[in-house]
Ligand binder design. Structure first.
Ligand SMILES: CC(C)=CC(=O)SCCNC(=O)CCNC(=O)[C@H](O)C(C)(C)COP(=O)(O)OP(=O)(O)OC[C@H]1O[C@@H](n2cnc3c(N)ncnc32)[C@H](O)[C@@H]1OP(=O)(O)O
Length: 251
């Protein structure tokens, strides 16, 4: 499930026979793997991917179907999975095939999504008599706006890769066979930058979803100032002046 390519971590969901339906065991493994990478100074970015047919076809319907309200509430079902949104290093979702329900929500927990041209995104929980429960109603709405989010959440229809790119859900669409390599290349590019700068950049962009404009701009300015305490800022600006490539030390 977990591989290292230099400074990049690659995590592959490994239940292809069930289209990577997200059950507790799989999600515990995923959260543990990326949390370990997040703490590893040698990792600068992470890619999460699935199989060619499915990134993930949703939360495991069979695992939760017999649960009662109290089972769901007492376990606070999906709460632990939200840990993925608290990672400090950049995370890319490389999506091929189905990204449905919890699969779409998992992809949206990443910092950005690179989609194969066969990708299909959807929040079809309405067909099961429920609604998104891993943040879909919130993150999809922020990504694509109210009209498309309402359409998808209320009708359960799928969005193809082209529409997903046009709507702002994914950052780029590439041939399906190349999606993991493209995501790894993007992750390698990120991991080659100053790690403190990349982490702060992620925090600053995410702040746009939590703060008003004035507060967000102030937050950005303050964390921008803070980067002048890093060796990498000195190196990056010296390298520019000396017309050479920077050698970041990630501190
Ligand atoms: C986060 C919250 C609140 C909820 C959710 O995420 S609920 C789940 C939302 N997702 C869905 O409703 C999609 C369910 N899956 C499908 O509609 C189809 O599997 C498909 C359209 C994605 C693909 O259809 P296809 O005919 O190509 O493949 P299947 O034979 O249907 O699937 C193969 C294999 O995988 C099992 N599978 C698929 N999705 C799930 C799932 N979400 N949970 C559990 N198991 C799933 C499917 O049952 C089949 O396994 P078996 O052959 O053993 O039955």
């Amino acid at each position: 499930m977990v591989e290292r390519r230099g400074r990049v971590g690659l995590v592959t969901l490994n239940r292809p026979s069930a289209l990577n339906a997200l059950n507790t065991a799989l999600m515990n493994e995923l959260v543990e793997a990326v949390t370990d990478m997040d703490r590893d100074p040698g990792v600068g970015a992470v890619v999460i991917t699935g199989s060619a047919k499915a990134f993930a076809a949703g939360a495991d319907i069979k695992e939760m179907s017999a649960n009662t309200y109290m089972d769901m509430y007492a376990a606070d079902w999906f709460r632990h999975w939200e840990d993925l949104t608290r990672l400090r290093i950049p995370v890319i979702a490389a999506v091929s095939g189905f990204a449905l329900g919890g699969g779409c929500e998992l992809a949206m927990m990443a910092d950005f999504i690179i989609a194969g041209d066969n990708a299909k995104f959807g929040q079809p929980e309405i067909n099961l008599g429920v609604i998104p429960g891993m943040g879909g109603s919130q993150r999809l709405t922020r990504a694509v706006g109210k009209a498309k989010a309402m359409d998808m959440v209320l009708t359960g229809r799928f969005m193809d890769a082209e529409e997903a790119e046009r709507s702002g859900l994914v950052s780029r669409v590439v041939p399906a066979a190349e999606v993991v390599e493209e995501a790894l290349k993007a992750a390698e590019t990120i991991a080659s930058k100053s790690k403190p700068a990349a982490m702060v950049a992620k925090e600053a962009v995410n702040a746009a979803f939590e703060m008003g404009l004035a507060q967000g701009v102030l937050f950005e300015r303050r964390v921008f100032h803070s980067l002048f305490a890093t060796e990498d800022q000195k190196e990056g600006m010296a390298a520019f002046t000396e017309k050479r490539e920077p050698e970041f030390k990630h501190r």
